[in-house]
Ligand binder design. Structure first.
Ligand SMILES: Nc1ncnc2c1ncn2[C@@H]1O[C@H](COP(=O)(O)OP(=O)(O)O)[C@@H](O)[C@H]1O
Ligand SMILES: [Mg+2]
Length: 328
């Protein structure tokens, strides 16, 4: 049985996709070598483009291999897609080319052979709007069915048996698409940038998952009109809060800018052991690596990633998150 985890925040640009990408690749590479399914739930499709490159992503859309099809099946009352929407080992060709060009083929042992992807497309946003407006069956059935489409797709295709971890990269919203991810997830991770808006917003999000999403789903699940769904997890637990894009200041006592130090302190007080370490620093090395779709793990030999230890930070973070996910 796969451990299923959502990466959520109501804000964009906080590093959700970067975390999903590094957690997925981090679990798939040595020493873990796990079977991982990444599911892109965000219409912006950043994770899909990171893994597949623009051309690969377009090919996936043209052949209807996107998560949109799962949601579209409710809107149009069409057949649900099978497991063919999964792209197997989306990273391999790109990495092989890159590593051959760098004469670094020894790195291919970390070629993420166990990691697969269900991409998203830009139309997912429209599909979500239609999904919200569509009703099939009585009101309870309709509300329940449209929030458990992902549960159902996993069940019908025995996806759960094929992977050790399923990771949902969610959009910056808690609407129906994210609710589908939460309904199917044992736990969730919240990436935060240490800023005032995050300090206030993160406890709100935590509360929202419990009362706004989980409690509503539980109430629907108890009604006789709702079809029982084995993949529905009634209580989605917070795995942890991940600090990302923290700004360093080499001369400061804390090593971080005053502003980020102050907000980090408040986050520590509020989240205690839920605040995960290490913190991921803001760095141009990471953003340029991401523009190539190469995980930090394969860039340990470069100045911007290697010298700053970003690949090691992600390794440690993956290890810590893995331990907590395994306890879910
Ligand atoms: N630690 C980091 N340092 C520098 N740039 C980062 C870092 N983390 C993410 N980014 C960049 O910030 C942008 C937003 O990150 P992303 O992971 O897509 O956020 P989200 O999924 O929350 O919208 C991307 O362009 C990404 O390359
Ligand atoms: Mg994203």
């Amino acid at each position: 049985m796969a451990k299923r985890v959502s990466i959520i925040n109501f804000k964009g640009g906080v590093g959700k996709t970067t975390l999903a990408f590094h957690l997925g690749t981090g679990l798939a590479r040595h020493p873990h070598k796990k079977r991982v399914l990444l599911i892109d739930m965000d219409h912006q499709s950043s994770l899909s483009v990171l893994c597949l490159g623009t051309d690969g992503w377009r090919n996936a859309i043209n052949s209807k291999r996107t998560v949109d099809e799962v949601f579209r099946s409710f809107v149009g009352q069409e057949a649900r897609p099978d497991s063919k929407i999964i792209i197997n080992n989306p990273m391999f060709e790109k990495l092989k080319k890159y590593l051959l060009s760098m004469k670094k083929t020894d790195y291919l042992r970390g070629a993420y052979l166990g990691m697969d992807l269900v991409p998203a497309s830009l139309s997912l946003d429209d599909v979500e709007i239609e999904l919200t407006a569509s009703h099939h069956g009585n009101a309870i059935q309709s509300e329940w069915n449209k929030r458990t489409l992902i549960c159902r797709w996993i069940e019908e295709n025995s996806i759960d048996e094929r992977y050790d971890y399923i990771i949902f990269d969610c959009p910056p919203a808690t609407k129906i698409v994210s609710q589908n991810a939460i309904a199917a997830s044992h736990g969730y991770l919240i990436p935060v940038v240490p800023e005032a808006v995050m300090e206030r917003g993160t406890p709100h999000l935590h509360q929202m998952v419990r009362t706004g999403i989980d409690d509503r789903l539980k109430a629907l699940a108890l009604m006789k009109e709702a079809n029982p769904r084995p993949m529905h997890v009634p209580d989605t637990r917070l795995v942890g809060v991940v600090v990302t894009r923290i700004q360093t200041a080499p001369n400061a006592h804390s090593g971080y800018t005053d502003d980020h130090t102050q907000h980090l302190r408040s986050l520590k007080v509020h989240w205690k052991e839920k605040l995960l370490q290490p913190y991921i620093r803001q760095g141009t090395g990471l953003s340029s690596a991401l523009s190539e779709g190469i995980p930090a793990y394969d860039l340990g030999h470069t100045q911007n990633i290697g010298r700053r230890g970003i690949h090691r930070q992600f390794e440690e973070l993956t290890e810590g998150i893995k331990q907590r996910m395994d306890e879910l």
